[in-house]
Design a protein around this ligand. Structure first.
Ligand SMILES: Cc1cc2nc3c(=O)[nH]c(=O)nc-3n(C[C@H](O)[C@H](O)[C@H](O)COP(=O)(O)OP(=O)(O)OC[C@H]3O[C@@H](n4cnc5c(N)ncnc54)[C@H](O)[C@@H]3O)c2cc1C
Length: 393
């Protein structure tokens, strides 16, 4: 029997919860907590918004640390008339979607599919979702942001300056999922899921022309409103009430590892056949392909700190989930995903090989925030307290 593993990672010495009482007093409350921010910034702190970073960097560390938890800074105000929302960093994506839906059933916002992901981390890295091809990333709709810097100044877009406003946006479609279904079948399973902003008839006739081999039929499609689609994509049962998006409990895998890649040239049929064989050998891994194109091609790579725009056909998310605790299970599954990532080298971007910042992957490298680190030296640690976004269309 495997021995219990000692806790290798440290938990915070102190967790600082920030409070905001009501949307109407969001501004004074924000001003009053900024001293706390700054005290924390002077120490080894980690900021947690939704706690969904794939490597847990917002709440674990090898060194003693203080955690600044944005959980209570989650006010959202939606001004439908002007199509603008003000969102605090501790809100979840589900809360953003729900609050928009409360005010309007024809407005929405382009962001990720999991309702428990936090706005703070998500927007920091770009924020993609199934409306990316039509509307781009979440950060493409950020009009303003309030942050606190290490000199305890509260800055907005104008006072932080162009460079910093650029950096906080990303310096942080069709969905094809391929997974192994086990050695016995000696096969992989591919599923195509897409959100089409239009009617079934239009979609079926479009795909009959453009992608006849897919064989899409009317009965494969479900027509729904935008908020219903947000609920459906998040794997709630069909017809679940949008209130489901307000829950903060994630019902998902116990252990996981994610990696990513960007693909710039089409992968040949032979290449794909080879990859499927390798996935069968590995047994447990999955890949999700998220196509770029559309609006993503129209935004320059320098417009925000998110660089993967024109010239990228699609992003790959490699995933492996497991339930068993213990070092041997962890080794087994992380080796599988690292091998798959390595097998994909000939097919993906090169010099440099690209990855998605929001899929944090410590295999790529780690910043050591010691006395020489850029974070302390430059005094450039930022923390958004509220973000103003356009709710769009
Ligand atoms: C189940 C699941 C589904 C996902 N789906 C998508 C998806 O559809 N699209 C997509 O783009 N991404 C997706 N992601 C990735 C997700 O966007 C990132 O992991 C994101 O960083 C999580 O943000 P968070 O606030 O929840 O996490 P946290 O762990 O709280 O934060 C992540 C990182 O951001 C920093 N940070 C958080 N808040 C702040 C703040 N206020 N100021 C400064 N730094 C801060 C943290 O210190 C940490 O380094 C998914 C992740 C999970 C676990």
């Amino acid at each position: 029997m495997e021995k219990p593993i000692p806790l290798a990672t440290m938990l915070p010495i102190v967790i600082v919860y920030l409070f905001s009482l009501h949307a109407s007093c969001a501004a004074p409350t924000t001003e009053s907590v900024h001293e706390t921010f700054v005290d924390c910034l002077r120490n080894n702190i980690k900021t947690r918004s939704g706690g969904h970073g794939f490597e847990g960097r917002s709440y674990i560390s090898d060194e003693p640390f203080i955690m600044l938890d944005m959980f209570n800074l989650r006010n959202i105000t939606v001004d439908v008339q002007n199509e603008v929302a003000v969102v605090q960093a501790g809100a979840t994506l589900g809360e953003v979607y729900y609050r928009i839906w409360e005010k309007s059933d024809v407005h929405g916002f382009p962001a990720g599919e999991c309702h428990t992901v936090g706005v703070g981390g998500h927007f920091g890295g770009g924020g993609y979702g199934n409306m990316m091809r039509k509307y781009g990333l979440s950060i493409d709709h950020i009009l303003d942001a309030k942050i606190v810097d290490v000199k305890s100044r509260i800055l907005n877009k104008e006072s932080m300056g162009e460079d910093l406003f650029w950096a906080i946006r990303g310096g942080g479609g069709l969905h094809l999922v391929i997974s192994n279904v086990g050695e016995r079948n000696k096969t992989v399973r591919a599923a195509v899921m897409t959100k089409f902003l239009g009617g079934t008839e239009e979609l079926v006739s479009l795909l009959e022309k453009e992608l006849p081999t897919l064989g899409l039929k009317k009965e494969n499609c479900i027509e729904m409103s935008w908020i219903e689609s947000a609920v459906w994509w998040d794997s709630f049962p069909n017809g679940a009430h949008p209130e489901a998006l307000l829950g903060r409990k994630l019902n998902s895998a116990k252990f996981l590892k994610r990696k990513s890649d960007y693909v710039k040239t089409p992968i040949s049929k032979d290449g794909l056949e080879w990859i499927w064989k390798k996935m069968i050998e590995l047994r447990q891994t999955s890949m999700a392909f998220n196509p770029n194109d559309g609006r993503m091609n129209k935004i320059s790579a320098n417009a925000t700190a998110f660089p993967h725009r024109q010239g990228n056909l699609f992003k790959i998310e490699y995933s492996v989930n497991w339930e068993e605790p213990g070092i041997s299970a962890e080794k087994n599954f992380t080796i599988q995903i690292r091998r798959l990532h390595s097998y994909m080298t000939p097919f993906v971007s090169k010099n440099p090989r690209r990855a998605f910042l929001n899929y944090r992957d410590l295999d790529i490298g780690i910043n050591h925030h010691d006395n020489n680190s850029s974070t302390k030296k430059g005094g450039f640690m930022v923390l958004s307290t509220s973000i103003t976004t356009s709710t769009d269309w």
